[in-house]
Design a protein. Sequence first.
Length: 210
Amino acid sequence: MMIMWQKLKQDVGVSDAHNSQLFVGSMMSIWDIVLQDWLQKIDRNLDDVQLHIHNHSPIELRKQLLNRLIDIAFIFEPPYVDDIVTEKVGNVPLQLVSTDPHAAVSSLNNMIQVDYGEAVNSQFDRDFSESSTVRHRMSQPRIALNFILEASGTAYLPKQMCFEHIRKNKLFLVESAPIYSREIFAMYLAKSHKSQLIQDSLILFPYTRN
């Protein structure tokens, strides 16, 4: 109801004339990987934009987008819908790291499986079904990172998220482990009246679109 009220105020021109409102929805785990930096870039470069941020499941994101309750949705595996434009905005490398400097693919302890969507999850299951037992499953890479730093363990994490910990020898790359990547997509309505604002915001996305 609050979201609908905000949208209604925008449509009838009741909201502050100096503000352009951008309603952004995403899966929870994507915030940790790339969206925090993106929001800060919008704040620094688009002074008149007022951000509204929400977390939803993939199904709910599509529903909210079609109902014009959000302007942009970020997702791992986008649906193919005629009225929705899908644009790849990032390709994030995922690497296997451990708190054990001697960890090997053949004998991994305290393995944490992070939910990166069906494509990566299926590949992970094929590669590690015989060599390790998953002890915990977590929906967000940030939670997995904090967990293994405190309790020790192994997990696939975005390269940019664990770079500093590797440099400080708090985490170590597991040699010969498969390297995955996770594509991230932005979705928005093809006939959105905020098309220019959406394009301006996506230009600021912090990772190469390739």
